[in-house]
Design a protein around this ligand. Structure first.
Ligand code: AKG
Ligand code: FE2
Length: 369
């Protein structure tokens, strides 16, 4: 065995545990009511019960799997096959579309999560090409720039296949955001305006088989900084979700043609913590390589992310200060290419301290006396 770069080694407390409990727990939700409009669509109770299921899943798990989602299986199989073909090439070929400071999309095999290297290689592309974002992370700098996708020569149809898949993901993502809005008592279309110009990214993940799978992770523990993530995982399995009730890591069992959905940090802020973005990670495997494809739904760069006004009041004041999504995401990207001394930017940096909230609440209560 070639010597393994110590950058991959997780601290003792973050290493995968054998005999992990399978997450039979994360809810399964059948979307046939909305994906096949002829089924019971005239009965409002059917939609109500779906909305309730989604709301409960978001609240108690932050994660759920969907079936009968309406994404044609062939589109998923196409992108899965193309992903295998792309990653199957020698690294010199993949490096032709390598990411760097200027070209932030494309191929990368050196991503770190919480300063530990992930045992994976990725290929990123944006759903909107080009995607408009701030040119710099500096707050005063108003200049904008464009991110362009980089497409490899091989496999030749990768671009077309990825773009078709992206359209399907967008449809499900918007449907899910409508259901999430309803579950929060908001109008169905409440979130859609944020995505007119989106900064969403699709990532092809390849986790090669790993000789030190007991020491390393495919992706270290993290929360997604998205509104919503839709993940296709293959039949190998490896995704683990942190159960909210006791902090235990639970394996999400692969289910053919299902998608795993999780609410991200942006929904956490929009909902003022009614729904929380939940930590997850991906195991690697000494026997088999694994592939997964997340779609990260994210709003336009000019969105000021803050708790929705309908969900706050004197008794439930906003728990976050507004922040600009473009600046936030550009600040995060910056850490891909240089190790920062400080922790990467996170939504909790915008959290209003409990003491300040208590003062506001006191004030509110004394006014109503
Ligand atoms: O591959 C997986 O199962 C999870 C990937 C993930 O969480 C991510 O890329 O953000
Ligand atoms: Fe993730």
């Amino acid at each position: 065995m070639a010597e393994v770069d110590p950058a991959f080694i997780q601290a003792q407390e973050h290493r995968p545990k054998p005999g992990i409990i399978k997450a039979e727990g994360i809810p399964f939700i059948d979307l046939s009511v909305i994906s096949s409009p002829n089924t019971n669509s005239n009965d409002p109770r059917v939609l109500d019960s779906l909305v309730e299921e989604i709301g409960n899943a978001c609240k108690s798990w932050g994660f759920f799997q969907v079936i009968n989602h309406g994404v044609p299986l062939a589109k998923r199989q196409n992108i899965e096959k193309a992903s295998r073909e792309f990653f199957g090439q020698p690294v010199e070929e993949k490096n032709k579309v390598r990411r760097n400071k200027e070209k932030v999309l494309g191929y990368l095999d050196t991503e770190h999560t919480k300063n530990v290297r992930d045992w994976k290689e990725v290929f990123d592309f944006t759903v909107q090409d080009p995607t408009i974002v701030p040119a710099s992370y500096k707050p005063g700098d108003k200049e904008l720039t464009k991110w362009f996708n980089q497409w490899p020569e091989y496999p030749p149809k990768l671009r077309e296949i990825c773009e078709e898949y992206a359209k399907e993901m967008e449809k499900v993502a918007f449907k899910l955001m409508e259901l999430i809005a309803l579950s929060l008592g908001l109008p169905e279309n409440r979130f859609l305006e944020f995505f007119e110009e989106q900064t969403s990214v699709i990532r092809l993940n390849h986790y090669p088989s790993c000789p030190i799978s007991h020491l390393a992770l495919g992706v270290g523990r993290h929360k997604d900084d998205t509104a919503l993530t839709i993940l296709a995982q293959d039949d190998v399995g490896g995704l683990e979700v942190r159960r909210k009730t006791d902090g235990e890591w639970l394996r999400v069992k692969p289910l053919p043609n299902a998608y795993i959905i999780n609410v991200g940090d942006i929904v956490q802020v929009w909902s003022n913590d009614i729904y929380e973005s939940v930590e997850h990670r991906a195991m690697v495997n000494s026997a088999r390589e694994r592939f997964s494809i997340p779609y990260f739904l994210s709003p336009a760069h000019y969105t000021n992310v803050q708790p929705l006004k309908e969900l706050i009041n004197e008794q439930k004041p906003a728990k976050y200060k507004p922040f600009n999504w473009g600046k936030f995401s550009v600040t995060r990207k910056r850490s891909d290419f240089q190790k920062l001394d400080v922790d990467n930017i996170q939504i909790y940096h915008f959290k209003i301290p409990e003491s300040e909230l208590a003062e506001k609440l006191d004030g509110a209560l004394s006014i109503s006396k």
